[in-house]
Design a binder for this molecule. Structure first.
Ligand code: ADP
Ligand code: ADP
Length: 237
């Protein structure tokens, strides 16, 4: 469902981010990408939803090239992809509910958001998403009053409210303590299993990867050095 065809990403300063990546990720997979800092993990995720353009090659999602998509069709493809960051990327002074609603289309800085006139259906969808990650009781709390783990669950809910078919999580637990790390990884895994959302998570640590992934992709210097089921992944990086 996500296909990398000879994907190469060279940054403007000449640094190679990805060097000829070829792989296919199937619907509903829970893939963990591992590799040392600078290996290309983040570059790989950012290429999928076109947070940046790749230099050559092509990325195809459900048979449609996101590399060559434009205008409304690009926006539509992006809507199907939820992104989760290490730093949560919530609007700190907004409520949890508003943050989750921002995953729905067209709510950024519109008159509607100023007067909080959200269609009932969207509010219901957002509340359901918050319930799924067990944080609905915080719906009217300001985002910056939540702990890191709670904020990360809100950002997962935002992806769900967006009705994403794919979740890309870029070091989602890097700033969390071990207990909270587990809660967030458990949520991602549960959502993957319950809703069949294709999930790709970047992690520093192979131990966590082994515990949660069904498939591990190892990157080094922009190239795939391992790709297979968890049982075959070794500590060698
Ligand atoms: P990882 O996520 O595995 O830590 P990255 O994808 O962030 O790795 O980085 C891959 C390589 O690309 C590294 O050498 C990094 O320094 C470089 N890189 C990442 N972003 C940029 C950028 N905006 N400009 C130049 N080089 C970059
Ligand atoms: P993290 O992986 O923890 O998010 P990074 O240091 O990889 O942090 O990246 C932070 C930002 O800096 C990103 O926008 C990335 O694209 C950019 N960046 C990373 N490496 C380089 C680099 N060598 N040159 C320029 N920008 C970079």
């Amino acid at each position: 469902m996500i296909e990398f065809r000879h994907v190469k990403k060279v940054y403007p300063n000449g640094t190679i981010g990805l060097n000829d990546i070829n792989l296919t990720i199937g619907k509903g997979e829970f893939v963990v990408i591992v590799g040392l800092s600078g290996a290309g993990k983040s570059t790989m995720l950012r290429s999928i939803n076109r947070l940046h353009d790749i230099t050559s090659g092509e990325i195809v999602i459900d048979g449609q090239s996101i590399t060559s998509a434009k205008g409304e069709s690009l926006r539509k493809m992006r809507r199907g992809i939820g992104m989760i960051f290490q730093s949560f990327n919530l609007v700190k002074r907004s409520t949890v509910l508003r943050n989750v609603l921002s995953g729905r289309v067209g709510y950024h800085g519109t008159l509607r958001t100023m007067f909080a006139l959200f269609p009932k259906r969207d509010v219901e969808l957002a509340m359901k998403a918050l319930e799924r990650v067990n944080i609905a009781e915080k719906a009217y709390v300001r985002a910056d009053q939540l702990s890191g783990g709670q904020q990360q669950r809100v950002s997962i809910a935002r992806a769900l409210a967006q009705e994403a078919k794919i979740i890309l999580a870029d070091e989602p637990v890097a700033s969390l303590d071990p207990l909270t790390t587990r809660q967030v990884m458990d949520d991602l895994k549960r959502i993957n299993q319950e809703l069949g959302i294709t999930t790709i998570v970047n992690l520093h640590f192979i131990d966590l990867a082994r515990e949660y992934a069904t498939r591990i992709i190892g990157l080094r210097a922009g190239q795939v050095v391992f790709d297979g089921p968890v049982a075959e992944a070794t500590d060698e990086k």
